[in-house]
Design a protein around this ligand. Structure first.
Ligand code: 4AD
Ligand code: MG
Length: 476
């Protein structure tokens, strides 16, 4: 018989029809009731086997084993479910030795422990919910842009340029480490390397997206990006996914509107399509919050937080205003910040979180950052000090989006590149966009995992990507 997904059986709430289901055993009670899950939804289906079932078969029905069941869907006598399956026959497809299986669900394994067995953690309720939501968020993003006529452009993973100019790149090479060819001056001769030049994993697809925007008007990239920054924080990954729209003719205000629309669209999509998973994650979060001291607990539950963000306009302030708010804050006056505050600083996570969580209590878009702490491509403002940058700061996360209007004026861009020691000759292809039909344009990058963190209410970024890459960790 053809397999039916458990989700469809639970949703239908009809009785007296034959099905086949396949999945993994989540629990087995009284030698009779098996909870089976196939990942199609949060819920398990209860399979009831006959009391005359063979002893040797019963021994194989352990947590983690995979089973195939033929049977009849009937109304459930027990509490907790409307329907269950009365098994006609059950086959254990793959056994699972309970003594050796590292995933014991009974005693609620910690998220830290589950990270160590990330190859098995999809089989828990928490992680199956998180990764179903992650899938849904990815789909919503493509749908958002597709419905607005954006072209999805695949930008390269291997690149010779440093888009952010921050030098935090992973080298890609086939040169032998023990016997690399050298130039006369002792440096490594990358002409001998695979691409005939030094190459890296990309930190951003933006520069290439800008090239696309000069033809399609609106494009976006959605791909993996890599940063060799040594930040061991709950918000940083060495390999993460980023969504980068780039729109010709948009200025910084259009850019803010687009970003706010995108974030709200994603939140709304998840609330409408992932309610069961989000409700589960909300309960999980509420339990976690109870462990915290009263004054550190968040005021809103997960669903209320998402609805609140959806229904309120993001606050929009300038960097200069943000610094003033921080300087005037009780936290600053009582010396509660670890890092000092003055105009020109690159705001630390504690400052960003003060602004969103304590002061405004909603997402904040900060614009007009000092040019010295931002990338070379951002449009210079008339004050000579700031650029048309925008960061979106989200409660519980900090920076979730970074973007800007781009410097479309060739002379200004070249001066800035020179000041920042960015090799203009190697980037002739980028500068050509400003030489041949340049237009005002703007774009931003949304950190995919930070968005999934926000939606799921998880607190560590390692728990929202299937296999996290962080300093000293590339297991699985
Ligand atoms: O602010 P960032 O560095 O901006 C750019 O890369 C621009 N080229 C984007 C653009 O304008 N097209 O990164 C954008 C976002 C951040 O706001 C953050 O959400 C996420 O990417 N991000 C990270 N997420 C996880 N781990 C890291 N190490 C991250 N670094 C940035
Ligand atoms: Mg940034």
């Amino acid at each position: 018989m053809k397999r039916t997904k458990i989700k469809d059986i639970l949703k239908k709430e009809e009785f007296d029809y034959k099905v086949n289901i396949k999945g993994w055993v989540r629990s087995f009670r009284n030698n009779q009731f098996i909870a089976v899950n196939d990942g199609s939804c949060m819920g398990n289906i209860q399979v009831v086997i006959g009391l005359d079932t063979d002893e040797s078969l019963i021994k194989k029905i352990n947590n983690g084993a995979s089973v195939s069941v033929d049977g009849t869907v009937i109304a459930s006598m027990g509490r907790g479910q409307k329907v269950e399956i009365k098994a006609d026959s059950l086959t254990v497809l793959g056994e699972c030795d309970p003594e050796k299986f590292p995933l014991q669900l009974k005693n609620r394994p910690s998220l830290e422990y589950l990270r160590e067995i990330a190859h098995l953690r999809f089989r828990t309720n928490t992680f199956s919910a998180v990764f179903r939501v992650r899938h849904s968020v990815a789909y919503a993003i493509h749908k958002f842009f597709n419905d607005r006529g954006f072209v999805y452009l695949h930008t390269p993973i291997i690149t010779a340029s440093d888009a952010e100019g921050a030098g935090e790149m992973f080298r890609v090479t086939t040169l032998p480490f023990d016997n690399a060819p050298h130039n006369e001056d002792g440096t490594i001769n990358f002409k001998e390397d695979f691409f005939g030049r030094a190459t890296n994993l990309t930190v951003s697809g933006q520069l290439e997206a800008e090239l696309g925007a000069m033809s399609f008007s609106e494009v976006y990239t959605f791909g993996p990006t890599f940063r060799a920054e040594n930040s061991n924080t709950p918000r940083h990954l060495a390999e993460f996914w980023m969504i980068e729209p780039e729109v010709a003719f948009n200025d910084i205000f259009d850019n803010m509107d687009l970003a706010e629309d995108l974030l709200k669209y994603i939140i709304n999509y998840s609330l409408e399509n992932n309610r069961e998973d989000l409700d589960f994650l909300a309960t999980r979060l509420a339990e976690e919050e109870k462990q915290k001291p009263q004054n550190e607990r968040s005021e809103l539950g997960l669903i209320e937080k998402l609805e609140f963000v959806l229904n309120n306009k993001f606050e929009r302030i300038t960097y200069t205003e943000a610094i003033q708010i921080l300087l005037d804050s009780p936290a600053y006056k009582k010396k509660k910040f670890q890092y000092d505050v003055s105009w020109g600083i690159d705001m630390q996570s504690e400052h960003e979180r003060y602004l969103v969580e304590k002061h405004f209590k909603k997402p904040v878009i900060v614009t007009g950052y000092p040019k010295d702490i931002k990338a070379f491509y951002m449009r210079q403002n008339d004050d000579g000090k700031t650029v048309a940058a925008m960061d979106i700061l989200a409660p519980g996360i900090g920076e979730i989006v970074g973007g800007s209007q781009r410097e479309e004026r060739l002379d200004r861009l070249m001066t800035r590149m020179e000041e920042m020691h960015i090799p203009a000759d190697e980037m002739y292809w980028y500068l050509d966009t400003r030489r041949f039909g340049t237009v005002p344009h703007a774009g931003f990058g949304l950190g995919f995992e930070r968005m999934v963190l926000f939606i799921t209410g998880m607190t560590n970024i390692r728990d929202v990507i299937p296999f996290p890459r962080t300093p000293k960790n590339a297991e699985f």
